[in-house]
Design a protein around this ligand. Structure first.
Ligand code: ATP
Length: 314
Protein backbone atom coordinates (compact mmCIF):
# COMPACT_ATOMS: atom_id res chain seq x y z
CA UNK A 1 0.00 0.00 0.00
CA UNK A 2 1.31 3.44 -0.94
CA UNK A 3 1.25 5.71 2.11
CA UNK A 4 2.98 8.76 0.77
CA UNK A 5 3.27 10.09 -2.75
CA UNK A 6 5.28 13.15 -3.70
CA UNK A 7 4.73 14.41 -7.26
CA UNK A 8 6.82 17.05 -9.06
CA UNK A 9 7.49 19.01 -5.88
CA UNK A 10 9.25 22.34 -6.19
CA UNK A 11 10.06 24.55 -3.21
CA UNK A 12 11.83 27.86 -3.76
CA UNK A 13 13.49 30.50 -1.59
CA UNK A 14 14.28 33.96 -3.00
CA UNK A 15 17.93 32.95 -3.40
CA UNK A 16 17.64 29.34 -4.46
CA UNK A 17 15.53 26.41 -5.64
CA UNK A 18 15.66 24.20 -2.54
CA UNK A 19 13.64 21.30 -3.98
CA UNK A 20 13.29 20.80 -7.72
CA UNK A 21 11.06 18.34 -9.57
CA UNK A 22 11.02 15.72 -6.79
CA UNK A 23 8.75 12.68 -7.16
CA UNK A 24 8.77 9.47 -5.13
CA UNK A 25 6.43 7.30 -3.16
CA UNK A 26 6.72 5.31 0.04
CA UNK A 27 4.96 2.04 0.89
CA UNK A 28 3.82 0.81 4.27
CA UNK A 29 6.74 -0.73 6.13
CA UNK A 30 9.29 0.59 3.64
CA UNK A 31 12.53 2.04 5.01
CA UNK A 32 13.95 4.79 2.84
CA UNK A 33 17.26 6.63 3.21
CA UNK A 34 17.57 10.18 1.86
CA UNK A 35 21.22 11.03 1.35
CA UNK A 36 23.19 13.97 -0.02
CA UNK A 37 25.71 16.64 0.90
CA UNK A 38 24.82 19.60 3.07
CA UNK A 39 22.47 22.07 1.38
CA UNK A 40 21.09 19.62 -1.20
CA UNK A 41 17.51 20.04 0.06
CA UNK A 42 17.01 17.07 2.38
CA UNK A 43 15.56 19.07 5.28
CA UNK A 44 13.39 21.33 3.12
CA UNK A 45 11.97 18.24 1.42
CA UNK A 46 11.35 16.31 4.63
CA UNK A 47 9.74 19.28 6.42
CA UNK A 48 7.51 19.91 3.44
CA UNK A 49 6.12 16.39 3.96
CA UNK A 50 4.52 17.89 7.08
CA UNK A 51 3.57 21.06 5.19
CA UNK A 52 6.17 23.01 7.16
CA UNK A 53 7.96 25.55 4.99
CA UNK A 54 10.37 27.66 7.02
CA UNK A 55 11.28 31.31 6.39
CA UNK A 56 10.13 32.78 3.11
CA UNK A 57 10.11 29.54 1.19
CA UNK A 58 7.21 28.70 -1.15
CA UNK A 59 5.84 25.54 -2.68
CA UNK A 60 5.43 26.59 -6.30
CA UNK A 61 4.61 23.25 -7.88
CA UNK A 62 3.61 19.69 -7.13
CA UNK A 63 1.66 17.85 -4.49
CA UNK A 64 2.22 15.57 -1.52
CA UNK A 65 -0.42 12.93 -0.85
CA UNK A 66 -0.68 11.09 2.45
CA UNK A 67 -3.07 8.15 1.99
CA UNK A 68 -4.47 9.84 -1.09
CA UNK A 69 -5.10 13.28 0.49
CA UNK A 70 -3.12 16.26 -0.71
CA UNK A 71 -1.53 17.63 2.49
CA UNK A 72 -1.47 21.17 1.10
CA UNK A 73 -5.30 21.13 1.14
CA UNK A 74 -5.82 19.76 4.67
CA UNK A 75 -7.65 21.77 7.32
CA UNK A 76 -5.61 23.03 10.30
CA UNK A 77 -7.00 20.28 12.51
CA UNK A 78 -6.26 17.47 10.03
CA UNK A 79 -2.78 18.87 9.52
CA UNK A 80 -2.21 18.83 13.28
CA UNK A 81 -3.28 15.18 13.36
CA UNK A 82 -0.99 14.40 10.43
CA UNK A 83 1.98 15.89 12.34
CA UNK A 84 2.27 13.28 15.03
CA UNK A 85 -0.22 10.55 14.29
CA UNK A 86 0.55 10.34 10.57
CA UNK A 87 4.16 11.41 10.36
CA UNK A 88 6.43 11.50 13.41
CA UNK A 89 9.48 13.75 12.99
CA UNK A 90 12.67 13.14 14.95
CA UNK A 91 14.87 16.25 14.80
CA UNK A 92 18.65 16.73 14.71
CA UNK A 93 18.96 18.51 18.05
CA UNK A 94 17.00 16.49 20.59
CA UNK A 95 17.33 19.00 23.43
CA UNK A 96 15.89 21.86 21.42
CA UNK A 97 12.69 19.83 20.93
CA UNK A 98 11.80 20.48 24.58
CA UNK A 99 10.83 23.73 26.29
CA UNK A 100 13.40 24.33 29.07
CA UNK A 101 10.91 25.78 31.57
CA UNK A 102 8.55 22.78 31.83
CA UNK A 103 9.29 19.27 33.04
CA UNK A 104 9.59 16.48 30.51
CA UNK A 105 6.44 14.91 31.95
CA UNK A 106 4.44 18.11 31.58
CA UNK A 107 5.35 18.41 27.91
CA UNK A 108 4.80 14.74 27.16
CA UNK A 109 1.40 14.77 28.89
CA UNK A 110 0.28 17.89 27.05
CA UNK A 111 1.21 16.41 23.67
CA UNK A 112 -0.49 13.08 24.41
CA UNK A 113 -3.67 14.74 25.65
CA UNK A 114 -3.85 17.20 22.75
CA UNK A 115 -3.53 14.35 20.23
CA UNK A 116 -6.24 12.40 22.01
CA UNK A 117 -3.95 9.48 22.92
CA UNK A 118 -4.85 9.72 26.64
CA UNK A 119 -7.45 11.68 28.58
CA UNK A 120 -5.66 12.59 31.81
CA UNK A 121 -2.22 13.43 33.18
CA UNK A 122 -2.31 10.23 35.19
CA UNK A 123 -2.85 8.08 32.10
CA UNK A 124 -0.14 10.08 30.28
CA UNK A 125 2.38 9.26 32.99
CA UNK A 126 1.53 5.55 32.95
CA UNK A 127 1.97 5.37 29.17
CA UNK A 128 5.13 7.50 29.16
CA UNK A 129 6.85 5.44 31.86
CA UNK A 130 6.11 2.28 29.84
CA UNK A 131 7.60 3.79 26.66
CA UNK A 132 10.60 5.34 28.46
CA UNK A 133 11.36 1.83 29.64
CA UNK A 134 11.03 0.56 26.06
CA UNK A 135 13.63 3.05 24.81
CA UNK A 136 15.88 1.94 27.67
CA UNK A 137 15.65 4.95 29.96
CA UNK A 138 16.74 3.91 33.43
CA UNK A 139 14.58 5.23 36.23
CA UNK A 140 11.76 6.44 33.93
CA UNK A 141 9.70 8.00 36.76
CA UNK A 142 12.59 10.22 37.81
CA UNK A 143 13.20 11.27 34.19
CA UNK A 144 9.49 12.02 33.74
CA UNK A 145 9.71 14.62 36.49
CA UNK A 146 13.03 16.10 35.27
CA UNK A 147 13.66 19.31 33.38
CA UNK A 148 15.19 19.08 29.88
CA UNK A 149 18.53 20.56 31.03
CA UNK A 150 18.96 17.59 33.36
CA UNK A 151 19.06 15.19 30.39
CA UNK A 152 22.05 14.16 28.28
CA UNK A 153 21.69 14.48 24.49
CA UNK A 154 21.21 10.71 24.16
CA UNK A 155 18.51 10.64 26.84
CA UNK A 156 16.69 13.59 25.28
CA UNK A 157 16.73 11.83 21.90
CA UNK A 158 15.41 8.57 23.44
CA UNK A 159 12.60 10.46 25.18
CA UNK A 160 11.72 12.29 22.00
CA UNK A 161 11.65 8.98 20.09
CA UNK A 162 9.44 7.52 22.85
CA UNK A 163 7.08 10.49 22.51
CA UNK A 164 6.89 10.06 18.72
CA UNK A 165 6.12 6.35 19.20
CA UNK A 166 3.39 7.04 21.75
CA UNK A 167 1.66 9.07 19.06
CA UNK A 168 1.77 5.88 16.98
CA UNK A 169 2.68 7.43 13.61
CA UNK A 170 2.60 5.51 10.34
CA UNK A 171 5.80 7.06 9.06
CA UNK A 172 8.82 8.02 11.18
CA UNK A 173 10.97 10.75 9.65
CA UNK A 174 14.38 10.99 11.25
CA UNK A 175 16.49 13.98 10.17
CA UNK A 176 20.12 13.31 11.12
CA UNK A 177 18.87 12.18 14.55
CA UNK A 178 22.31 11.19 15.78
CA UNK A 179 24.55 14.06 14.63
CA UNK A 180 24.58 15.73 18.05
CA UNK A 181 25.47 12.49 19.86
CA UNK A 182 28.68 10.59 20.61
CA UNK A 183 29.51 7.51 18.51
CA UNK A 184 28.35 4.89 21.03
CA UNK A 185 25.05 6.65 21.70
CA UNK A 186 24.64 7.10 17.93
CA UNK A 187 24.81 3.34 17.42
CA UNK A 188 22.34 2.67 20.21
CA UNK A 189 19.83 5.20 18.86
CA UNK A 190 20.10 3.81 15.32
CA UNK A 191 19.50 0.29 16.62
CA UNK A 192 16.55 1.53 18.62
CA UNK A 193 14.97 3.26 15.62
CA UNK A 194 15.52 0.18 13.43
CA UNK A 195 14.03 -2.24 15.98
CA UNK A 196 10.99 -0.13 16.70
CA UNK A 197 10.26 0.58 13.05
CA UNK A 198 10.57 -3.12 12.14
CA UNK A 199 8.65 -4.49 15.12
CA UNK A 200 5.72 -2.16 14.44
CA UNK A 201 5.89 -2.36 10.63
CA UNK A 202 6.23 1.44 10.40
CA UNK A 203 7.66 3.23 7.39
CA UNK A 204 10.90 5.15 7.82
CA UNK A 205 12.50 8.09 6.06
CA UNK A 206 16.02 8.47 7.41
CA UNK A 207 17.88 11.60 6.33
CA UNK A 208 21.65 11.81 6.42
CA UNK A 209 24.75 13.02 4.60
CA UNK A 210 26.53 9.81 5.67
CA UNK A 211 25.71 6.98 3.33
CA UNK A 212 27.37 4.44 5.61
CA UNK A 213 24.83 5.06 8.38
CA UNK A 214 22.15 3.68 6.06
CA UNK A 215 23.77 0.26 5.70
CA UNK A 216 21.65 -2.37 7.47
CA UNK A 217 19.07 0.31 8.25
CA UNK A 218 17.12 1.02 5.05
CA UNK A 219 15.88 -1.04 2.09
CA UNK A 220 15.88 1.79 -0.39
CA UNK A 221 17.89 4.95 -0.97
CA UNK A 222 17.30 8.27 -2.70
CA UNK A 223 20.41 10.28 -3.54
CA UNK A 224 19.80 14.02 -3.73
CA UNK A 225 21.89 16.75 -5.31
CA UNK A 226 21.09 20.43 -5.83
CA UNK A 227 17.49 19.98 -4.68
CA UNK A 228 16.68 17.02 -6.87
CA UNK A 229 16.77 13.22 -7.02
CA UNK A 230 19.81 11.88 -8.85
CA UNK A 231 19.28 8.20 -8.11
CA UNK A 232 16.57 6.09 -6.47
CA UNK A 233 16.83 2.36 -5.96
CA UNK A 234 17.11 -0.50 -3.52
CA UNK A 235 19.98 0.01 -1.12
CA UNK A 236 22.13 -2.96 -2.08
CA UNK A 237 21.93 -2.30 -5.83
CA UNK A 238 22.82 1.37 -5.39
CA UNK A 239 25.58 0.61 -2.86
CA UNK A 240 27.15 -2.17 -4.93
CA UNK A 241 26.48 -0.81 -8.39
CA UNK A 242 25.80 2.96 -8.39
CA UNK A 243 24.48 4.26 -11.70
CA UNK A 244 24.96 8.00 -11.21
CA UNK A 245 28.50 9.44 -11.26
CA UNK A 246 27.53 11.50 -8.17
CA UNK A 247 26.51 8.39 -6.21
CA UNK A 248 29.75 6.77 -7.36
CA UNK A 249 31.67 9.78 -6.03
CA UNK A 250 29.84 9.65 -2.71
CA UNK A 251 30.67 5.97 -2.35
CA UNK A 252 34.30 6.42 -3.36
CA UNK A 253 34.67 9.05 -0.66
CA UNK A 254 34.05 6.41 1.99
CA UNK A 255 35.16 2.87 2.45
CA UNK A 256 35.19 0.44 5.31
CA UNK A 257 38.42 -1.20 6.28
CA UNK A 258 38.15 -3.77 9.06
CA UNK A 259 35.15 -1.95 10.40
CA UNK A 260 36.94 1.41 10.37
CA UNK A 261 35.75 4.24 8.18
CA UNK A 262 38.40 5.69 5.89
CA UNK A 263 37.96 8.71 3.68
CA UNK A 264 39.44 8.36 0.22
CA UNK A 265 38.68 10.58 -2.77
CA UNK A 266 36.51 13.58 -2.43
CA UNK A 267 34.29 14.78 -5.24
CA UNK A 268 35.98 17.78 -6.91
CA UNK A 269 34.30 21.17 -6.50
CA UNK A 270 31.52 22.18 -4.13
CA UNK A 271 27.77 21.78 -3.80
CA UNK A 272 26.21 24.84 -5.45
CA UNK A 273 25.10 27.40 -2.82
CA UNK A 274 22.46 28.67 -5.15
CA UNK A 275 20.38 26.48 -7.44
CA UNK A 276 18.88 28.19 -10.47
CA UNK A 277 16.88 26.83 -13.39
CA UNK A 278 19.44 26.01 -16.07
CA UNK A 279 19.45 23.86 -19.18
CA UNK A 280 22.20 21.59 -17.92
CA UNK A 281 22.77 18.81 -15.45
CA UNK A 282 23.25 20.36 -11.98
CA UNK A 283 26.18 17.99 -11.38
CA UNK A 284 27.89 18.63 -14.75
CA UNK A 285 30.53 21.02 -13.37
CA UNK A 286 31.81 18.36 -10.94
CA UNK A 287 31.20 15.27 -13.04
CA UNK A 288 34.15 13.19 -14.18
CA UNK A 289 32.05 11.45 -16.84
CA UNK A 290 30.32 14.43 -18.44
CA UNK A 291 29.62 14.42 -22.17
CA UNK A 292 28.46 17.21 -24.52
CA UNK A 293 24.75 17.05 -23.71
CA UNK A 294 25.35 17.39 -19.94
CA UNK A 295 25.96 21.12 -20.21
CA UNK A 296 23.06 21.63 -22.66
CA UNK A 297 20.04 19.87 -21.22
CA UNK A 298 18.53 19.16 -17.81
CA UNK A 299 18.30 15.34 -17.52
CA UNK A 300 15.02 13.54 -16.86
CA UNK A 301 14.72 10.95 -14.09
CA UNK A 302 14.80 7.73 -16.14
CA UNK A 303 13.70 4.29 -15.07
CA UNK A 304 16.23 1.50 -15.55
CA UNK A 305 15.54 -2.04 -14.35
CA UNK A 306 13.38 -0.96 -11.43
CA UNK A 307 15.78 1.85 -10.46
CA UNK A 308 15.73 5.52 -11.37
CA UNK A 309 18.59 7.76 -12.41
CA UNK A 310 18.83 11.36 -13.58
CA UNK A 311 21.80 11.20 -15.94
CA UNK A 312 22.36 11.64 -19.68
CA UNK A 313 24.68 8.63 -19.75
CA UNK A 314 21.62 6.38 -19.62
N1 ATP B 1 14.77 29.22 6.05
C1 ATP B 1 15.49 29.30 4.92
N2 ATP B 1 15.72 30.49 4.32
C2 ATP B 1 16.42 30.60 3.17
N3 ATP B 1 16.96 29.53 2.53
C3 ATP B 1 16.79 28.32 3.06
C4 ATP B 1 16.05 28.12 4.29
N4 ATP B 1 16.04 26.80 4.57
C5 ATP B 1 16.75 26.19 3.58
N5 ATP B 1 17.20 27.10 2.68
C6 ATP B 1 18.01 26.81 1.49
O1 ATP B 1 17.49 25.68 0.83
C7 ATP B 1 18.56 24.83 0.37
C8 ATP B 1 18.36 23.43 0.90
O2 ATP B 1 18.56 23.44 2.33
P1 ATP B 1 18.35 22.19 3.27
O3 ATP B 1 18.42 22.67 4.67
O4 ATP B 1 17.14 21.44 2.86
O5 ATP B 1 19.63 21.28 2.93
P2 ATP B 1 20.10 19.94 3.67
O6 ATP B 1 20.43 19.00 2.57
O7 ATP B 1 19.07 19.50 4.64
O8 ATP B 1 21.41 20.42 4.40
P3 ATP B 1 22.00 19.95 5.84
O9 ATP B 1 22.45 18.54 5.63
O10 ATP B 1 23.13 20.92 6.02
O11 ATP B 1 20.90 20.10 6.84
C9 ATP B 1 19.86 25.48 0.83
O12 ATP B 1 20.40 26.20 -0.26
C10 ATP B 1 19.43 26.42 1.92
O13 ATP B 1 20.25 27.54 2.00
Amino acid sequence: MCLLKVSNLKVVYPQTIAVRDVSFSLKKGEKLGLVGESGCGKSVLSLSLLNIILGNGKVVNGKIEFKGNNIFHLSKERLRQLRGRGLGYVFQEPQSAFDPVFTVGNQVAETLISHGIVKSKKEAKQLAVKYFDLVKIENPEFVYNSYPFQLSGGMAQRIYIALILMLNPEIVIADEPTTALDVITQKEILKLIKNIVEENNLSLIFITHNLLLLKNLVDRIIVMYAGTIMEDGDFNSVFNNPLHPYTEGLLKSITINKGKKQYLDTIPGNVPHRVVEEDKCPFADRCLKKVGICTKRYPELKEIEGRKVRCHLY
